[in-house]
Design a protein around this ligand. Structure first.
Ligand SMILES: Cc1cc2nc3c(=O)[nH]c(=O)nc-3n(C[C@H](O)[C@H](O)[C@H](O)COP(=O)(O)O)c2cc1C
Length: 429
């Protein structure tokens, strides 16, 4: 059986599944229950100067039966007393010495950051995570994402933390920036031990069309919040991969954002993460999801002949390429399985109105007498849209690559033609 244990910048954990700093890590009682259920680590809900939180705080984007595809919150850091949190942290570490326990922290001056770190160290915690990333409430006070968005300041505070800390220092990144790599450079320059990404994305999740108050509603209005949950996974994966493939970036990454299943976690690890953190999925389904996550990841590693997380880590990075490096000789064409097609016409409409008009109606009929669509292989661009909209999954994409070489974009440019690289028109006719 594969070994799921990890060493993340000197912090050991029985498995790579950690709870992210958020409501599931509000108290020692919750974290101990989570560890009993199987979670390998936890990052305590951000500690700092006491705040008062508002009612209400959360709002969700639902789709079909999935009640929380995306979650928006306007909550601040912990509203529990610092000494209570620290006392409970010590209790957790005593009962679970082999689990990873980190404290997310947020402070103002150098003296305040260093004092908070000293008090966290006294609990026996394994590490601190500098919260440079919450995108609402705290950033207006010059904290949270206001720091992540200013790499020079982030670097300086990281250095303060490292000066005074004897335990590993992680920096948690904000996705509310043009290029996540700026925070990566700052974390490296400040000598952080590791990074965690991503925190939530600044958002307004919706508006009540009767009283015109955005969600989540308070009596006198609402405010922008932080977005997370399954909907943000693609954004988080891209940010993780952008850093993971840079040779200059050598810090361990803890991946966060929309992780719901072991497959999600495996994707983050394949793109370079050494651990993963989960928030919304636990808020939605509870700590119990860990059993399936551990069994699933462990079974997958066994099936692939891998004996450790390290063997999976970064496996997909080499396949994340620049647009200009893509294989112009690869060609796929849609193929409809007439035996399973219901004749619903979703693919026809999508292709006709939203793509390349490459689907016609054939003379063939389903058992219920509906016409079956067929692919016009001359017009099909292999874009995938029909297979994505098909509710019965009866369209597959067939490899029909030609053996002759298709011109590369560089050759097209050389003969004065029109070509695109990295989404940019490199020349124009
Ligand atoms: C209600 C709520 C409160 C959160 N509070 C914090 C916090 O105090 N500190 C922090 O670093 N991140 C906080 N987060 C962000 C999460 O740690 C995590 O980065 C984000 O939710 C993305 O992960 P997910 O998609 O698994 O939820 C909070 C998230 C939610 C939903």
């Amino acid at each position: 059986m594969s070994d799921l244990s990890i060493d993340f910048c000197g912090i050991s954990s029985p498995n790579p599944f950690w709870l992210a700093s958020a409501p599931p890590t509000n108290s020692g009682e919750q974290i101990m229950r989570a560890f009993d259920t199987g979670w390998g680590g936890a990052v305590w809900k951000t500690l700092g100067n006491p705040v008062v939180n508002v009612n209400s705080r959360y709002a969700a984007l639902s789709h079909g039966r999935n009640r929380i595809v995306g979650l928006n919150n306007i909550e601040l850091i912990t509203d529990r007393g610092l000494s209570i949190n620290l006392r409970e942290m010590g209790e957790v570490k005593k009962r679970f010495p082999k689990h990873a326990l980190l404290a997310s922290i947020m402070a103002g001056t150098r003296a305040e950051w260093q004092e908070l770190i000293r008090r966290v160290e006294d609990t026996g915690a394994d590490g601190v995570e500098l919260n440079f990333s919450c995108p609402h409430g705290m950033c207006e006070r010059g904290l949270g994402s206001a720091i992540g968005q200013e790499p020079a300041i982030a670097e300086e505070i990281t250095r303060w933390a490292k000066e005074s800390s004897s335990i590993p220092v992680l920096v948690k990144f904000t996705p509310n920036v043009a290029d996540i790599r700026d925070q990566g450079r700052a974390a490296m320059a400040g000598a952080a031990d590791g990074v965690a990404l991503i925190n939530t994305i600044k958002s307004i999740i919706g508006v009540d069309l009767d009283d015109f108050i955005p969600f989540p509603k308070l009596r006198n209005g609402s405010t922008n919040g932080g977005y997370c949950g399954p909907a943000v996974k693609p954004i988080a994966l891209h940010m993780v991969a952008s850093l993971g493939r840079e040779t200059w970036f050598t810090l361990p990454m803890s991946g966060i954002g929309g992780i719901n299943t072991w497959q999600d976690a495996a994707e983050f690890i394949a793109l370079g993460c050494g651990s993963v953190q989960v928030c919304t999925a636990v808020m939605h389904h509870g700590f119990g999801i860990i059993t399936e996550m551990i069994d699933g990841l462990s079974g997958y590693l066994d099936e692939k002949g891998m004996t450790s997380i390290g063997e999976l880590q970064g496996r997909a990075l080499g396949n994340y390429k620049e647009w200009g490096e893509l294989d112009m000789n690869y060609k796929v064409e849609a193929s409809i399985d007439a035996a399973t097609c219901s004749g619903c016409g979703k693919c026809y409409t999508a292709c006709n109105d939203g793509a390349y008009q490459a689907i016609d109606w054939s003379d063939k009929k389903t058992r219920k007498g509906k016409p079956i669509p067929e692919i016009n292989t001359v017009k099909c661009k292999g874009c995938n849209l029909c297979s994505l909209v098909c509710p019965l999954d009866c369209i597959s994409m067939m490899d029909v690559s030609h053996t002759e070489t298709v011109e590369s974009w560089q050759d097209i440019v050389a003969r004065g033609g029109y070509a695109v690289s990295d989404g940019i028109i490199v020349n124009d006719l």
